[in-house]
Design a protein around this ligand. Structure first.
Ligand code: HEC
Length: 237
């Protein structure tokens, strides 16, 4: 992320870091379908996006809503739709707020790791790949590398998101500018009064409506995801 708070946050992404390992070593058996002799294949570790609704997700108030994320079959199966009672055992946000005993969760206690060390069915996963999977578990199974990653947002939702992002960027810009002016004034021995500070000027329902409308008009031609270039070129604020 940039020092001014406007950059793209790039964090651990399941789709980028973990799925390729599963594609390489696991999906030839883990199809979730049928085997050649008509038996049941083991659960899917494929990267296909599954239709998913909150009804499958525990601890959630509104069970009618779509979470608007392109969750993959492998992710949902490994985390049991966030239930955490499957092959991966991580510390969930709903864990007891007491001190947990050592090794009560994490890669060290996950069945998934036991299937890699030693590997079952002679699967050869490299040390680096194992470490990456352990890292994912111990980061508490993140899916997206950034808020906009793998989203399934309707155009209106994207427009709203980009409006708030543009607002944050504008606030960061103003703050940096104010700090520069303050430092310059200090260096010259001048006082910098509160009224010299630049105030936020791009908010409110009217600004939001205008921003969203402009963005929607520009994007009539149907983009599927909020892309990097959208984020850089969100234009007027
Ligand atoms: C040659 C086929 C094959 C390959 C390749 C394979 N698996 Fe499996 N896996 C199976 C079968 C069959 C089962 C079900 C029987 C069992 O538990 O061993 C299974 C079971 C599992 C289980 C236990 C599920 C549970 O809840 O008990 C995990 C976890 C697992 N596999 C992970 C993986 C991962 C990760 C990979 C890739 C690194 C992988 N497997 C590659 C065939 C395979």
């Amino acid at each position: 992320m940039n020092g001014d708070g406007t950059g793209q946050m790039e964090c651990f992404s399941y789709v980028r870091e973990i799925q390729p390992i599963l594609d390489k070593h696991c999906v030839r058996c883990h199809t979730g379908g049928k085997t050649e002799d008509g038996g049941d294949a083991p659960f899917s570790l494929k990267g296909d996006v599954l239709p998913y609704s909150y009804t499958q997700c525990p601890n959630n108030g509104d069970k009618t809503q779509d979470p608007h994320r392109a969750f993959t079959a492998s992710y949902l199966n490994l985390t049991r739709f966030g239930h955490g009672d499957g092959p991966v055992n991580w510390i969930s946000a709903q864990s007891r707020p007491t001190l947990l005993p050592p090794y009560s969760a994490g890669a060290a206690t996950s069945k998934l790791m036991q299937h890699l060390e030693p590997s079952h069915n002679d699967v050869q996963v490299s040390q680096a790949e194992k470490q990456r999977i352990a890292c994912w578990i111990d980061l508490c199974v993140p899916f997206c590398g950034s808020y906009t990653d793998a989203n399934r947002w309707e155009e209106q939702v994207k427009a709203t998101y980009l409006y708030f992002e543009a607002k944050r960027a504008r606030l960061a810009e103003i703050e940096v500018d104010n700090l520069r002016k303050l430092l310059a004034a200090r260096a010259q021995g001048k006082t910098f009064a509160p009224e010299d500070f630049q105030m936020f000027d791009q908010g409110g329902p009217e600004a939001r409506r205008r921003f969203e409308q402009n963005w929607l008009e520009r994007n009539r031609t149907g983009v599927t995801e909020v892309s990097r270039s959208d984020r850089r070129n969100h234009g007027e604020r």
